[in-house]
Ligand binder design. Sequence first.
Ligand SMILES: Cc1cc2nc3c(=O)[nH]c(=O)nc-3n(C[C@H](O)[C@H](O)[C@H](O)COP(=O)(O)OP(=O)(O)OC[C@H]3O[C@@H](n4cnc5c(N)ncnc54)[C@H](O)[C@@H]3O)c2cc1C
Length: 507
Amino acid sequence: MSRRIVIVGNGPAGHRLAERLCALAPDTDITIVGQESEPAYNRVLLPSVLAGRLAPEATFLARHPEGSVRVLNGVRVVCVDRAERQVRTADGLDLPYDDLVLATGAACFLPPLQGLMEQDGRPSKGVVALRTLADCQLVEDQLPVQGRIAVLGGGVLGLEVARALTERGYGVDVVHGGAHAMDRQLGPTAGALLATALDGLEVRVLAGRTATAWTGDRLVLSDDSSVSADLLIVCAGVVPETSLAREAGLRVGRGVVVDEYLRTSDPYIHALGDCAEVHGEVSGLIAPAWEQAEVLAGVLTGESRAYAGTRTITRLKVRGVDLAVIGAGESEVAGAETVVVTDPARGQYARLSVLDTCVIGAVLLGLPGSVAAVSQLYDSENPAPNDRLALLMGRAVASPAQDPGSLPGQTVICRCSNVTKNDLATAWLRGARAESDVARATRATTGCGGCRGSVQEICRWLHAKHDQSDANAGRNDEERGSPVDRVPQSPARRSDHRDPVPELLAP
Ligand SMILES: Cc1cc2nc3c(=O)[nH]c(=O)nc-3n(C[C@H](O)[C@H](O)[C@H](O)COP(=O)(O)OP(=O)(O)OC[C@H]3O[C@@H](n4cnc5c(N)ncnc54)[C@H](O)[C@@H]3O)c2cc1C
């Protein structure tokens, strides 16, 4: 009998794990149970759905090959029976497992605010806590014809949601308890410049005030002022979904506690993604979820690679503002050399931290030209150039986009959708030639859009490489005296003559 792996949670982490398990151990009997009714989708793209730029279906992740994974959508797991090694679903189905994986993600945090919740803990009328595609539909259903919307929480998500709605013509007030928006990532100078940029986009941030009550059409603030709103969207943080683990008696801290092999306190149960607490931390970000899925697929198929943490880069997906927080961001790191440049008139701010010649953190506001190069240095741990200023101005180092041929194939180009250089090349080889086709095939550029320049450059490079390889092949064929079909060919047809994959897919 094949080994049975049951995955609870069909979010990005669970989905990616199933995908990798299929590739590494096709004989495994994989069942994935997700309580949402839609197929797995990429939550990172939800602000684009809210803005009306992306159809809900465009967020869906690639389907698993026919017959490879049993997917139960709209099904909730209610209990884990560790003694019998099976899980029970809300409709009474028992699913036995050899290995169980908890990929239950996180839920929105609802602050204890008068009038925010009904007795049963659900958001009150006129309030949406945004986490799912269904929540996007709830927002859509309750949007006024015109009017004001309040957003509770001025972190990354709150700002993205606010901007999505101003793009649709709504006035939006963001209420934020911190000194300025994104105060967890930004210091006061960058915070002030961000506030100015947001103001220019009709996103009004009311910082340094907490909300105390929601009346149904008004959000009352701690200084006794209030903002009127037809709809309140809560983006005040998340809480890891640990209830199954807790009830099953597993070790739970802020998340389900796992070791570096993503193993819980029960050796037959693993956890990953937003629900997991690894190295004492819960991440709440997509990149660690993707990476943990890769690691866990290896662990479950006999590899012994441990999860060592993820290099994170946060890019604000707000049209009209270019902001990237790389690695340590503005945090002080002992022994690090720091370069800070501010140009308030142009809304530009850069802070770079370098330790032992390596970039360990940066904040780049209004400097889109330098993000790709700094990110690449951070990812690769290659030495930063001595001319730090030139680097921050986007002049010192060829960005990965400017020299795609030198990039390793596994370099992540689109962080929102985890698209690597090889994924782009594969889409291209399968016939996606225009940037829009490549975007449709891979979802690159559909999130923050910050990778658009890199994707364009890679497409250009693929064209050039391909033309060059055509010319070489033609020459070789002529030398051999064989007939050559000069009509443009499909990738499949080309492979009759030669295999183009090694030329364009890098190790
Ligand atoms: C609007 C939005 C925008 C975001 N933007 C970014 C961004 O720009 N960058 C970034 O890094 N991160 C972003 N995030 C966070 C990112 O989406 C998460 O880190 C990521 O989704 C985590 O994946 P996951 O699979 O661990 O959890 P989830 O995506 O939460 O998926 C868990 C799934 O498990 C299901 N589940 C839970 N309990 C059960 C049960 N008992 N039975 C069955 N199913 C269950 C849930 O319903 C859910 O479908 C964003 C999040 C949101 C909501």
